[in-house]
Structures are given as structure tokens and as C-alpha cells.
Design a protein around this ligand. Sequence first.
Ligand code: PGA
Length: 252
Amino acid sequence: MSRLKIVAGNWKMNKSSQEAKTLVENILHQVSEFDNVVKIIIPPFPYLDSVGQLLKNKSNFYIGAQNCHTHDKGAYTGEVSALMLQSVGCQYVLIGHSERRQYFKEKDADFILKMKEALAHQLTPIYCIGETIHERKTDNHFKVITEQLVSVLKSFSVSDVKKMIIAYEPVWAIGTGETATAQQAQEMHEFIRSVVVDLFDSGIANEIPILYGGSCNPKNAQELFACKDVDGGLIGGASLNADDFCKIIFSF
Ligand code: PGA
């Protein structure tokens, strides 16, 4: 079955408002909106609206958020809800990114609530999972990935999971310049589908897009995207440069 091709750019906490505008304009300048790659720009919260305006009516371009809160509204100073994200035209949201796990101590219970909020507001959750270098070196990577999938996805129905994207991002590859080999990525993506088969069924396992993330760049994207079970990339550092990001988009 043919799945969507997706490239998502996670800007993390980078760029000024003017730089954000320039970056998007430079991307739009290079990328034909008529190619068949789904392009998701994930800027910091303050630029969602302005970036969204620039991408308005550009087919195959969408905006996503880097996080959302577990509640719709209320006395949660400093937080942003899925309801708010939806109201500024957001269609995707990252959940469970390793930096949220590491620096903000977010756990499975948070991811479940955030994912429910996202789905309740028609946002597609991009659920990020990945093992640390220690977990890989001690041969625990398949176990860790299974736990990260099962402990969260078991709270959802098949029809919910149909609205999700999974991003496999080995923590040792994020921002380090060290990428998983195409073989390592393919092996893990295939394994992730097998876990989804066990949890749900093979139909949904074949349908769900699985992105690779972790030092994906213009040099390695083509080999990674050529893997049978790799449906695209979640790009950090290389999404901050229009030329690099566009080359990655052209790597399918
Ligand atoms: P990176 O980040 O491409 O800079 O490694 C990927 C991510 O954290 O999503």
C-alpha cells in the first residue's frame, strides 16, 4: 500500500520573527506546492499564526506545534492548549519528543492526555519515540520502543491510531550529527509496524506513517527515505536552513 510522503521541520526554540518569515519565504520559493510531499512546518508558538498566514492556500503545506497542554483552558500559566492551536490553523502537534521527555520530565500519562486533547481538536499527533545510546548498546532498543508504543497506544482505538503519525528518533542521533544507518532505521521501522500489528491489526500497521528523525540531512535523506518502511523525516537542525530543508523534501 502506498503511504503519504512526509517531511516535517521542527524548528525547536530557534529563529526571530523576521528570520521565521524569511525562512518560510525561501522554502516557498524553492518548493513546488504541487509535489506530492506533505510538508509540515513546526515553528515556535509565537510564529504559528504568521507562518500559517504565509502558508495559507499553499497545497501540501501545513503548520504544526511542538507541544500542547493536557487541558483545553484554565489557570495553567505559560501553557498552550490544543484548542488554541486548532484556532490558529494548526493541524499537527509533536507529542513525546525526547527533549520533552528529558528536560520537562514528561511521561506516558502526559502523552496519553495530550494525544487525547490533540485528537479532540482535530490535530494529528506525531508521537515521537526513541532509545538512548545506553539502551541501544545494552541491546534494549527493541524493548524500549515496544514499551513506549504499548504504554501509550493501548489507551487508543484503531480509529484514533489511524489519525496519528509515529516518529522514530533515536536519542543518540538527535542533534549529534550521528545518523542511524538506513539499515538501522528500516529495521526499527519494520519492528514498530510489528508492534502495531500486535496491538491492533495489520491494516493499521501498514497504513500508519512512520518518520525517521535524528540528524537527517540532505546527504543521508535519500538513502533513509528509500527504505520500505520509512515514510519521511522529522527534521531538526537541517530544517532551519531553507536550502537544506528543500533538498530533503526533494530526496524521495
Ligand atoms: P535533528 O533533530 O534533526 O537536529 O537531529 C531532530 C528532532 O529532534 O526532531
